[in-house]
Write a protein that binds this ligand. Structure first.
Ligand SMILES: Nc1ncnc2c1ncn2[C@@H]1O[C@H](COP(=O)(O)OP(=O)(O)OP(=O)(O)O)[C@@H](O)[C@H]1O
Ligand SMILES: [Mg+2]
Length: 320
């Protein structure tokens, strides 16, 4: 596959690659279908649609970005001016709303459409970028950028890079290096800043340079109870487990209670709850040494895959 070569303002355009004598140059794409066939990007878009519950506005924005890149490919094939579009993004939302999951898919899409060379995701937080002592920050930040080059750099809770209460905070140094690379190497690195919406807004107000480099703001809403249930069903199916109908009703009730409690973390809490239910199922099947007969029982597929009502109701969430 031919990666498009984008011209970045201020850097000379690379010379056109000349096909070796005798070799058949691949036909330039002329239709959207040509690009989709060559890039296989539709498979990722379909997976995104199928695997992720809800998130309709997020999915739409990702399709829009994919469309932009596809049309850019057709423009490039006709020799039209195509500047690397700025694709740095900001994903805001509460914990467990799917930000990291979507960033991974985004990296795949960018790779298949030839925007980045490798399509991997490097996830970091402030501590990976900022050093403790003078002179430590720049090399740390550059090392991370080097690792992320050709893919996506995902900075979780990015606002911690900026600590105005600390006059000589080294975070500022990391921000400045990031800004430079986000501008000059944007044809081979996409930066995604993630975190809570209100804190991110405050961060952008104090860092207009960063704000102006972010082209796409995607907001990840909290999931509704029915979406959490659907997410739970998918997670279970993926792990080859199932609920009895009583267990499913109990889990519905569990979710309603858990959502009202502190530290509720959307889909992450669903995953954790299911992991604990699996643990309870396992110890139920494991039995205890006082009942050796139970241990002789054959555990068929139904027994091994079924989570029962007691596996859910034993949760602390029901203890009041
Ligand atoms: N819409 C969804 N459909 C199915 N599974 C989902 C969905 N959103 C999240 N998940 C699952 O929930 C878990 C948490 O998601 P993820 O790590 O992407 O959230 P996050 O927003 O990055 O959270 P955090 O802020 O805690 O890092 C993952 O196992 C993910 O696969
Ligand atoms: Mg995450």
């Amino acid at each position: 596959m031919n990666a498009p070569t984008y011209a970045i303002p201020g850097s000379p355009a690379p010379p056109p690659a000349s096909a070796p004598a005798g070799a058949e140059a691949p036909a330039a794409p002329r239709t959207v279908a040509d690009v989709l066939r060559a890039s296989q990007v539709e498979a990722v878009l379909e997976e995104l649609e199928r695997d992720l519950v809800g998130l309709a506005p997020v999915k739409q924005r990702i399709r829009d970005v994919a469309a932009l890149l596809v049309i850019d490919k057709l423009r490039l094939a006709l020799g039209l001016q195509a500047q690397a579009p700025s694709l740095h993004m900001c994903f805001t939302g509460n914990p467990g709303t799917g930000k990291t999951t979507v960033a991974l898919r985004m990296a795949q899409i960018l790779h298949r459409l030839g925007y980045v060379r490798k399509g991997h995701l490097v996830a970091v937080t402030r501590d990976d970028l900022v050093g403790q002592y003078i002179g430590h920050t720049a090399p740390k930040t550059r090392e991370v950028l080097q690792r992320a080059m050709g893919g996506v750099l995902f900075i979780d809770e990015a606002y911690y890079l900026y600590r105005p209460e600390n006059e000589r905070d080294y975070g500022q140094e990391a921000i400045e290096i990031l800004l430079q690379v986000m501008e000059n190497q944007r044809d081979d690195l996409v930066v995604i800043l993630a975190g809570y919406k209100d804190r991110m807004d405050t961060f952008f107000k104090s860092n207009p340079g960063m704000s102006s480099r972010i082209a796409h703001h995607l907001d990840f809403p909290d999931y509704a109870a029915v979406e959490l249930m659907a997410i739970g069903d998918r997670m279970l199916a993926a792990m080859a487990y199932r609920f009895t109908s009583e267990a499913r009703a109990a889990f519905d009730e569990y979710l309603a209670r858990r959502m009202a409690q502190p530290h509720f973390a959307n889909a992450r809490s669903v995953r954790n709850a299911l992991d604990r239910a699996r643990l309870r199922q396992a110890s139920r099947l494991f039995g205890d040494a006082a009942d050796p007969a139970a241990r002789e029982r054959v555990l068929d597929e139904t027994a091994l895959t079924t989570l029962g009502e007691s596996d859910i109701r034993a949760s602390r969430v029901f203890a009041d």
